[in-house]
Design a protein around this ligand. Structure first.
Ligand code: AKB
Length: 319
């Protein structure tokens, strides 16, 4: 990548780890973090930061011009459970924000990364080994915005030559920043509760199987797809990527190998359960593997061990 990078939603679960990783790769001064929230003082000094409301075209344009941005990682969005609670707000931010980013990308010649999701699939999609190209009729507002966004990115690529690329990300597990408002959030909360109280009450049923990925793999995938040679990409957007597929009871059993007295029980939230039931149980990520060499580094066992070590250490330092 020749010029600077802008990350929107930089204070969120993904942005909190993507920004430092991009700064490591391309230099701190070349990566501009932005969010509608202001960062804590210590994070403001790590590199350039801009306050940005992604639904305001002029703000985006000013930042892109001022910092000579060449690539935008557009992460700002509402997650699935929040989007189902506030569908109008979800459409406004998820689609309104993306449309304005693509317009600025078109005008200023930027490449754009867009994080789609397993949420782009729905109840009529094949749930096992979900193909790259298949039925996409989601029944959630989150899913509607993700499919629409995939189509809009394809349109801008075909019609205007915007280098728009994306991934269909599974649930992401991280010890750095908590997610907020997602259906797969249980797979992060469980670690906090296991370390603190040896007990977790899960809002999904014990046998709800979903695709998941450890954040270090997700960061590699996001940088990897943007680094890929455009000549060899057939799909561009959005690639299925996955690393593991497990149920709450399987994750609890894995945690119990390290914390033998850990107990899980269940109080099912019907809204999030219905969302989870409409998503794939496991995706086929063969296109990403073939077209740009995607391959995950962490499975359930290695992710669980690393999460317990790193999160346990951090919680002991801060609590
Ligand atoms: C969510 O649960 O909403 C997200 C996702 C899978 O897109 N983590």
């Amino acid at each position: 990548m020749k010029t600077a990078i802008l990350v929107t939603g930089a204070m969120g679960q993904i942005g909190s780890e993507l920004v430092p990783a991009l700064r490591e790769c391309y230099g701190a001064d070349n990566v501009v973090a932005s969010d509608i929230r202001m960062p804590a003082k210590e994070r403001q000094t790590a590199g350039p930061f801009e306050h940005l409301d992604c639904t305001k075209m002029q703000q985006i344009r000013d930042i892109v011009r001022h910092h000579r941005i060449g690539t935008i990682y557009h992460l700002a969005a509402l997650l699935s459970a929040t989007a189902e609670e506030k569908p109008q707000a979800a459409w406004h931010l998820n689609m309104g924000g993306l449309y304005r980013m693509l317009e600025v990308a078109r005008q200023q010649g930027c490449a754009l990364f867009f994080p789609s999701s397993i949420g782009a699939f729905g109840p009529t999609t094949p749930h096992d080994n979900t193909p790259q190209d298949t039925i996409q009729r989601p029944t959630t507002m989150y899913g509607v915005t993700k499919v629409s966004a995939e189509l809009l990115c394809d349109y801008y690529a075909r019609r205007f030559g915007v280098d728009a690329r994306g991934l269909r990300l599974p649930g992401l597990i991280s010890h750095v920043a908590p997610p907020g408002g997602g259906t797969t959030d249980y797979a992060v909360e469980i670690f906090y509760q296991a370390i603190r109280y040896r007990h977790y009450t899960c809002f999904l049923k014990p046998d709800t199987r979903l695709d998941m990925m450890y954040m270090p793999d997700a960061i590699r995938a996001m940088i990897g797809v943007m680094e890929a040679d455009p000549e060899v990409l057939v799909h561009r957007n959005s690639f299925n990527v996955t690393a593991m597929s497990f149920t709450p009871e399987e994750l609890a059993a894995e945690i119990r190998k390290h914390i033998p007295d850990f107990v899980i029980d269940y109080e099912v939230d019907p809204i999030r359960q219905a969302i989870a039931d409409s998503w794939p149980r496991s995706m086929d990520d063969g296109a990403a593997r073939e077209e740009w060499g995607w391959s995950p580094g962490y499975d359930l066992a290695s992710m669980t061990e690393d999460m317990l070590n790193k999160l346990g250490y951090r919680l002991r330092q801060t609590e």
